[in-house]
Design a protein around this ligand. Structure first.
Ligand code: PEP
Ligand code: MN
Length: 465
C-alpha cells in the first residue's frame, strides 16, 4: 500500500497525542514494566497547564515577525537543566544574562528581540550511547533528571521523576514570572555590565561604547517619558526544552480553546486545538528527527511553535519533507530551523538548505546553534568548546544567509549565568588548563556569563557592520 510522507498508510493519518506510540522511537524510555509509569502519567494528566494557549500564541505571533525579518530570536540556557538549578540565584543570574544579551542584540540588530530560555523543563538528554564506563564498571548513561540521576547509584530510570519534572518546571517558571513582575528586568535601573576582565584596550572601549549607547538610550526614554505603556518595567521571557520524553509531553498536551490572539489556529469545529502546555516552545533534537519516527509524529499535531535541530546529516529533500509534515499549511514562523553544523561544515551545508527551503515555499526562522557542531575533547578527555569556533560558525552563518538573500533570525546558545570554566577562549582568556577550576556541567560545556555577553557584543557588531 502507498505510504504518506510520515510512513502512515492512507487513512491512518489521524493524529492524537498518543499516535506517536505506534511509530519507531529513538532514545526510547523503558521502565521496569509497561505499567510502571502509569501512576505518574495519570497524575500528570490531572495537573494544570504550566503555560497557556494565550502565551503560546503570543510567542507564535512574535516569532512570525522573526521569520519576516522584523525581529531577532535569542535562545539560551543549560544543556542539561538539573532539578537542583531550581533555586533563586541560578535563575536570577540566567534572567539577567538573557536580558543584558537581548539589550545588546537590540542595539546591534535595531530590532526587537524575542527571548526564549532553555529553562523550566530542559531535563531530558539524548545520549550517543545508552551506557558509559565509570570506575571500570558499565552503567546506564545519565539521561537527564526527568529520567534518572547523575549519581552513579541513581542511573535506573524512575517514573516518579516525571512528576518531579513537572513540579520543578512549574516552580522555576513561577519564580521567573514573580521576578519579572517584581522588576528584575526593570530597565529604569542601572545594570552591572562587569567588563573589567576585558584586558584588550580596543575591545574594552568597543564594548564600553555599546553599553554607553544602551544606557544613554534608556535614560533618554526615561527623561522624555517615552515609557507610557510601562514597557521598561518588564520584558517577556518564554521557556523551551527538547521534546524528548514523549510520555511526559503527551500527558501535558491538552485540547484547549484557541484564544483570541491565535491568528492562525488549526481550524476545528469545536474551536479548540492541541496545545503542549509544558512549555511555550519545544524542539526536536538532531538524533530524533526521523521522518517516520515517533517524535515527528508527536510534533506534527501540536499548536506550539516548534524547533528542529538541523545537523550535517540532514539531506535537502529530507528537510523539505520534514517541513511538509510538521507544517503542512506553511504557517510563517511556526518552525525554527536550528542549524548546528560545526565551523568546518557550515560553508558546505547551509547554502543548500537555505535554497531548498526557499524553493519549497516555507518561510522559517533560521537560527544558528554554534555550540553542538563544535564540541571537542582536550588531550585529557574533557569536553569543551572554543569561543573562536562558536563565533566562527555564527559569522559564517550570517554571511551565508546574506549571500543567499536570507535572514539569520536568531542564535541558540548553551550558557549559564554562573562563572563556570567549560568553554575556552574569549576575553576571560580561559585555557584548557583552567577548565578544572569550575567545570560543573552535567552534559555539554556552556558559555559562562562573561563569554555569553561577549558573544552578544560581537554578534551585535556583525549586524551593525
Ligand atoms: C542540545 O541542544 O542539547 C542537543 C542535544 O542538541 P542536538 O540535538 O542538536 O545535538
Ligand atoms: Mn547540549
Amino acid at each position: 500500500m502507498a505510504s504518506t510522507l510520515n510512513g502512515n498508510t492512507p487513512g491512518e493519518d489521524i493524529w492524537t497525542p498518543s499516535s506517536w506510540r505506534s511509530k519507531n522511537i529513538k532514545q526510547a524510555v523503558v521502565y521496569d514494566s509497561e505499567a510502571a509509569a502509569l501512576p505518574a502519567l495519570s497524575k500528570l494528566e490531572t495537573l494544570p497547564p504550566i503555560v497557556t494557549p494565550t502565551e503560546i500564541n503570543r510567542l507564535k505571533n512574535t516569532l512570525r515577525e522573526v521569520a519576516l525579518g522584523n525581529a531577532f530570536l535569542l535562545q539560551g540556557g543549560d544543556c542539561a537543566e538539573l532539578f537542583s538549578y531550581c533555586a533563586d540565584e541560578p535563575i536570577d543570574a540566567k534572567i539577567k544574562l538573557l536580558l543584558q544579551m537581548s539589550l545588546v542584540l537590540i542595539w546591534g540588530s535595531n530590532k526587537p528581540v524575542v527571548r526564549i530560555a532553555r529553562m523550566a523543563g530542559q531535563y531530558a538528554k539524548p545520549r550517543s550511547s545508552p551506557t558509559e564506563v565509570v570506575d571500570g564498571k558499565e552503567i546506564p548513561s545519565f539521561r537527564g533528571d526527568i529520567l534518572n540521576g547523575f549519581d552513579i547509584n541513581a542511573r535506573t530510570v524512575d517514573p516518579d521523576r516525571l512528576v518531579q519534572a513537572y513540579f520543578h518546571s512549574a516552580a522555576t517558571l513561577n519564580y521567573v514570572r514573580a521576578q519579572l513582575s517584581s522588576g528584575i528586568a526593570d530597565l529604569h535601573n542601572p545594570m552591572d555590565w562587569g567588563l573589567g576582565h576585558v584586558k584588550d584596550e580596543d575591545l574594552q572601549s568597543r564594548y564600553q561604547r555599546i553599553v554607553g549607547s544602551i544606557t544613554e538610550s534608556l535614560k533618554f526614554m526615561n527623561t522624555i517619558g517615552a515609557d507610557t505603556a510601562g514597557q521598561l518595567n518588564s520584558v517577556d521571557l518564554y521557556t523551551s526544552h527538547e521534546g524528548l520524553v514523549l510520555q511526559y509531553e503527551e500527558a501535558l498536551t491538552r485540547r484547549l480553546r484557541h484564544p483570541s490572539n491565535a491568528t492562525k489556529p488549526t481550524v476545528s469545529p469545536d474551536g479548540k486545538g492541541w496545545y503542549n502546555t509544558s512549555t511555550h516552545f519545544i524542539w526536536i533534537g538532531d538524533r530524533t528527527r526521523q521522518l517516520d519516527g515517533a517524535h515527528i509524529e508527536y510534533f506534527r499535531g501540536i499548536e506550539n511553535p516548534i524547533g528542529i535541530k538541523v545537523g550535517p546529516s540532514m539531506e535537502n529533500e529530507e528537510l523539505i519533507s520534514l517541513l511538509n509534515i510538521v507544517n503542512p499549511n506553511k504557517e510563517v514562523g511556526k518552525v525554527t530551523l536550528i542549524t548546528r553544523y560545526g565551523e568546518g561544515k557550515v560553508e558546505e551545508l547551509l547554502g543548500g538548505h537555505i535554497e531548498a527551503v526557499k524553493s519549497s515555499g516555507h518561510l522559517v526562522i533560521w537560527q544558528c546553534d554554534p555550540m553542538h557542531g563544535n564540541t571537542r575533547s582536550t588531550s585529557t578527555g574533557v569536553k569543551t568548546r572554543h569561543f573562536s569556533s562558536i563565533l566562527s560558525e555564527l559569522s559564517s552563518a550570517l554571511k551565508i544567509h546574506k549571500q543567499h538573500g536570507s535572514y539569520l533570525g536568531g542564535m541558540h546558545l548553551e550558557l549559564t549565568g554562573d562563572a563556570v570554566t567549560e568553554c575556552v577562549g574569549g576575553s576571560v582568556a580561559l585555557e584548557e588548563g583552567d577548565l578544572s577550576l569550575n567545570y560543573t556541567t552535567f552534559c555539554d560545556p556552556r558559555l559562562n556569563e562573561k563569554q555569553a555577553l561577549e558573544m552578544a557584543f560581537l554578534v551585535a557588531e556583525f549586524y551593525r557592520a
